[in-house]
Design a binder for this molecule. Structure first.
Ligand code: SF4
Length: 419
C-alpha cells in the first residue's frame, strides 16, 4: 500500500476540506481558518451515500460517526469537484481515549483504498502533530482561542433561541430564517476580527426571536444528551429534533461550550487523583477558567432577555451532580457530562430525556446507558429514552419509540413508562 502524502510547507495554500458538524458551528470553520492563514471549506452535510461509502471504505465495526465522516470524505473526493493538487482533508482531533483520536488513521486508510493517497490529511487540534506528520500546519492557536470561544458561545445561544421558539411557532419558518441569518452575521463578524460585537448582535437576535408570533406557549419539553457528533449533527440523529419540533415539543440541547469547560474539571481531577501535586499548568488553567466563566456570565445575562430563557448550570455544579452518580475519573467519550446533563435537566424539571448513542461507541454506552439505574434511583421521575443510531438503523423503529415518548409526556405527571 502506498504512503499517504504529508502536508508540508508547500501545501499551505491547499484548501482544507472539513467534514460537516452542524448548521450552528460549521459555518464558523472557514472564518476561523482564515484568521490563522489557512483556507478551510466545509464538506456538505452527510447523506445516504456517506453511509454506503463509509461502510465500504472503513471497517464496519468502527463507531457510526466515524462511518459517516469517512463516507463524507470519500464522497467528496470521488465527486470530481476538487483538484487533488489543490486540496487536503482536515479532521478535528480531541486527543481523548475513544476512537475520535484514531480518525486520522481510519480516514488515511480509507483514502489509500479509494486511490487518493496523493492528498494530504491534517489533524486540527493543538496536539494534532502528535497523531500526524504535518510540518506545514502550524497555526498560532493562541490567536484563535478567544474568537473560537466567542463563536461557540454565540452559536450555543442562537441554538437556544431557535430550539425554544421553533416548536411554539407554526411551521418554525421564522425561527429557521432568523437562526440562519444570525449564524451568518456572527460568522462575518468573527471573520472581520470583531468577536466582541457578537454580544450586541445576540441582543438583536433575542429581540427578533421574541417578536415571532407563537401558536402555543404551553408546550412540553424534552432534553437531549449524548455523543457529541450525532447530538449536533442533524443527519446523524435522523433529524429527530426537527421531528420533535414539528410535534410541538420543545427540545433542549446542551451547549457545546460544556464539552470544553469539562476539561477544566477533568484536569483538576487527574491532578488530585494521579499526580497529587499542583503542576504549573494548573495556575494557567485556573486563570483561563476564570476568564471563560466571566464571558459565559455575560452571555447568560444577555439571554435572560429572551422570553423562554432557561438557565444552564455552571460546570462545577454539573460536576458535583455527576459525582453523585459516577466517579469523575470517567473521562472517555463525553465522560461524566452525560449523567451530569441528565441530572441538571431533572433539577430544571425536565423529566423526559433522550440519550443519543452511536452504535460501536463503548465509551458513551458506559457513561450513558450504564448509569441508568443509578440515575433512576436518584431521580425517580426521570423518563430516559436511549436511542442507538447506526448505519442500518430503521427510521420507523426510531419514530415508533419517539411516538411512545410523546404519548408518555401527555400522561399526567409521575406516570412515566420505561422504554
Ligand atoms: S465518543 Fe464514541 S462515537 Fe464518538 S468518536 Fe468516540 S467512540 Fe466514536
Amino acid at each position: 500500500m502506498s504512503e499517504l502524502a504529508i502536508f508540508t510547507e508547500a501545501d499551505k495554500s491547499r484548501t482544507i476540506l472539513l467534514p460537516w458538524l452542524s448548521e450552528y458551528y460549521s459555518p464558523f470553520a472557514p472564518v476561523i481558518g482564515s484568521l490563522i492563514g489557512y483556507k478551510i471549506e466545509n464538506l456538505p452535510p452527510s447523506n445516504n451515500l456517506s453511509i454506503d461509502l463509509g461502510l465500504e471504505y472503513a471497517n464496519n465495526e468502527i463507531c457510526y460517526p466515524a462511518t459517516l465522516i469517512v463516507g463524507d470524505v470519500i464522497q467528496a473526493l470521488k465527486s470530481n469537484k476538487y483538484k487533488p493538487e489543490e486540496i487536503a482533508i482536515g479532521i478535528t482531533q480531541t486527543g481523548g481515549q475513544c476512537r475520535a483520536t484514531n480518525y486520522i488513521s481510519i480516514i488515511k486508510r480509507a483514502m489509500e483504498h479509494a486511490g487518493f493517497s496523493n492528498i494530504p490529511i491534517v489533524g486540527i487540534a493543538p496536539s494534532g502533530s502528535m497523531f500526524n506528520e504535518q510540518p506545514g500546519f502550524k497555526p498560532n492557536w493562541l490567536k484563535i482561542i478567544k474568537p473560537v470561544f466567542q463563536a461557540i458561545l454565540f452559536c450555543d445561544s442562537i441554538s437556544r433561541l431557535y430550539h425554544a421558539t421553533a416548536s411554539r411557532e407554526q411551521g418554525s419558518i421564522n425561527s429557521k430564517k432568523l437562526r440562519d441569518k444570525y449564524i451568518q452575521l456572527g460568522a462575518e463578524l468573527v471573520g472581520k476580527k470583531k468577536g466582541s460585537k457578537l454580544l450586541p448582535l445576540l441582543e438583536k437576535a433575542i429581540d427578533e426571536f421574541n417578536e415571532i408570533p407563537i401558536i402555543n406557549s404551553n408546550i412540553k419539553t424534552v432534553g437531549i444528551v449524548g455523543e457529541i457528533f450525532i447530538k449536533y449533527n442533524s443527519f446523524g440523529k435522523f433529524h429527530i429534533t426537527d421531528w420533535l419540533i414539528e410535534n410541538q415539543i420543545e427540545v433542549v440541547l446542551p451547549p457545546l461550550m460544556e464539552f470544553f469547560m469539562q476539561a477544566f474539571v477533568n484536569s483538576k481531577v487527574l491532578e488530585k487523583e494521579y499526580i497529587n501535586k499542583k503542576n504549573s499548568f494548573g495556575f494557567v488553567s485556573d486563570i483561563l477558567k476564570l476568564l471563560a466563566n466571566k464571558h459565559i456570565a455575560k452571555y447568560e445575562k444577555t439571554l435572560t432577555k429572551f422570553k423562554y430563557y432557561r438557565p444552564f448550570h455552571n460546570i462545577n455544579h454539573s460536576a458535583k451532580l455527576a459525582s453523585e452518580i459516577l466517579s469523575l475519573n470517567n473521562q472517555y467519550g463525553e465522560g461524566w457530562l452525560i449523567p451530569a446533563e441528565i441530572a441538571a435537566y431533572s433539577k430544571q424539571n425536565i423529566n423526559h430525556v433522550i440519550c443519543i448513542q452511536p452504535f460501536g461507541c463503548i465509551a458513551n454506552h458506559i457513561v450513558g446507558k450504564g448509569m441508568e439505574m443509578k440515575i433512576k434511583s436518584l431521580y425517580p421521575d426521570m423518563n430516559l429514552l436511549y436511542l442507538d443510531f447506526d448505519s442500518g438503523m430503521s427510521k420507523v423503529n426510531i419514530l415508533n419509540r419517539l411516538h411512545f415518548l410523546i404519548q408518555n409526556i401527555k400522561l399526567p405527571r409521575g406516570k412515566p413508562t420505561r422504554h
